[in-house]
Write a protein that binds this ligand. Sequence first.
Ligand SMILES: [Zn+2]
Length: 185
Amino acid sequence: MELPPLDGVNWVPLPEQLHSDETGRPFEACSICGGRVIDEGTPYLIEKGVLKGETIFEYAMCLPCRASMQAELSEDSMKRIEHYFDERVDLVERHRKLSEEHPDSVEPWMSTCLLSRRELGEEYQLFAQCDGPDLVFAYLPYAICGSEIENIQQVLSKETRERLDDFVDDVLGVPGDGLKLPVVI
Ligand SMILES: [Zn+2]
């Protein structure tokens, strides 16, 4: 999504909730290309899928990998997702408000669904933007609940949905059952 750059973003050391469940430590490398992300000054993204308190998939993705994934998705799908988000959340205003009220507390940024504003329930996904060892408070982090993930799937073109399912299958090693929305979008 194209959003204006933000001034004065705050950051905190990556909270444990966003460490890799597999290693118990912060992600050190991009899960796709293997490039290092833990070094200061390296921007990357983290996504985790949670079901009934368990992390069912997780990965870190460097920005070049994100850009090449995005380039493969249909423009129509991207536009429809943007529209879906725009109708439900003002990300600029959200950032302003949360930065003012909770400049260094992660919980309020990820405790309810970004789109439905409801409690997260049993299934949700966490999305975070990081820089080396730090979590950045920008448009991310946020959480999206399972039913909103499902709604977003509905607005994607068939080819984009298939491409994302392949990604989830191949790269993350979990079956793409249509309920996983990679952070590429
Ligand atoms: Zn990468």
